[in-house]
Structures are given as structure tokens and as C-alpha cells.
Design a protein around this ligand. Structure first.
Ligand SMILES: Nc1ncnc2c1ncn2[C@@H]1O[C@H](COP(=O)(O)OP(=O)(O)OP(=O)(O)O)[C@@H](O)[C@H]1O
Ligand SMILES: [Mg+2]
Length: 145
């Protein structure tokens, strides 16, 4: 039933927990596990000193991508004991939109994600990314809390 499971990870504890659930399920069902990270795109400051800013933006983006790859490697390493077929990928853009797009691309039958991520607003049950993915993904979404 589950050939492809997608777990979006943002470096938060809840997303690491979601990855564990993904690994458990993948090991029982023989499915492929996809870990996916999205680097949110930076706002386009086009009005002021474009040359200097674009260099700064590029450098920030490069560091965020590097950080994203570290997040993916860490989660991947933590799941090593499962001996699974794990794919990792990174994208730049709006996190929820990119996750929904990735889910379509890989034809996944299930997305597993944390209820919350790195956001600092206390007291809400679900963050904006899990909220949007739950509403708009074309497959079931498991929310881990
Ligand atoms: N940039 C991202 N890349 C991949 N997965 C993400 C990303 N951001 C969030 N997620 C996934 O969504 C889950 C919920 O995070 P979400 O961002 O919705 O909550 P939050 O950070 O607490 O709130 P908000 O971002 O709305 O302030 C995370 O546990 C993770 O699985
Ligand atoms: Mg967030």
C-alpha cells in the first residue's frame, strides 16, 4: 500500500520524530522513504543597492542550503539502523508548496510530518506548513505530535 513515504524535515524535534515514524512504517511495508527539506526563499529586495544585496542574499542562501543538507544528513544518519532505501532532496521556495509538489512528483501515498516545527509562536496545535499540507496534499497526511 505504501510504496513511497515522504517526510519533510526542518531540523525540529517533531520532524525528527516524524522521520522515526516514517522509518518504522517503511521498514514494515518495504516502502521507499524520502526525506525532504525546503529552504524558504528570501524576500526580493530589489529597490536598494541591488548588486550588493544580491551578493549578500546569495551568500545567505548558500549557507541555508548547506544547513539544510546538514539537517538531512543528520536525520538520515539517525535512521541508519533501519537499513532502509532512503532518498534525500532539498528545494528552495515556499515550504508547503514545495512539499505538496514533491509529494506529487514522487507519487507518494503518505506524507508524515510534525505538528510543529521551528516556529516560535506558542500554544498553536499545528504550524502553518503542516496546516497547509494537510489541506492541500493529494494523499493522506500523518501528523506527529
Ligand atoms: N522548511 C521546511 N522543510 C521541510 N519540512 C518542513 C519545513 N517547515 C516545516 N516542515 C514540516 O512541517 C512540520 C510543521 O512545521 P510548521 O512550520 O508547520 O510549524 P511551526 O514552525 O511550529 O510553525 P510556523 O512555521 O507556522 O511558524 C515540521 O515538523 C516539518 O515536518
Ligand atoms: Mg515552521
Amino acid at each position: 500500500m505504501y510504496n513511497n513515504i515522504l517526510v519533510p524535515v526542518d531540523g525540529s524535534e517533531k520532524s525528527a520524530l516524524a522521520a522515526l515514524h516514517g522509518a518504522e512504517l517503511a521498514s514494515k511495508t518495504g516502502s521507499k522513504l524520502f526525506l525532504f527539506h525546503v529552504v524558504p526563499s528570501l524576500p526580493p529586495y530589489i529597490d536598494t543597492a541591488p548588486d550588493r544585496l544580491s551578493k549578500v542574499q546569495q551568500s545567505i542562501m548558500d549557507q541555508l542550503i548547506e544547513q539544510g543538507n546538514i539537517i538531512l544528513s543528520k536525520v538520515n544518519d539517525d535512521l541508519a539502523a533501519y537499513g532502509l532505501n532512503i532518498h534525500t532532496d532539498i528545494a528552495v521556495g515556499n515550504p508547503a508548496e514545495q512539499i505538496i509538489k514533491k509529494a506529487k512528483e514522487i507519487n507518494c501515498e503518505l506524507v508524515i510530518m510534525g505538528s510543529r516545527g521551528l516556529g516560535e509562536i506558542k500554544g498553536i496545535l499545528m504550524g502553518s506548513v503542516s496546516n497547509k499540507v494537510t489541506k492541500h496534499a493529494g494523499c493522506p497526511v500523518m501528523i506527529v505530535r
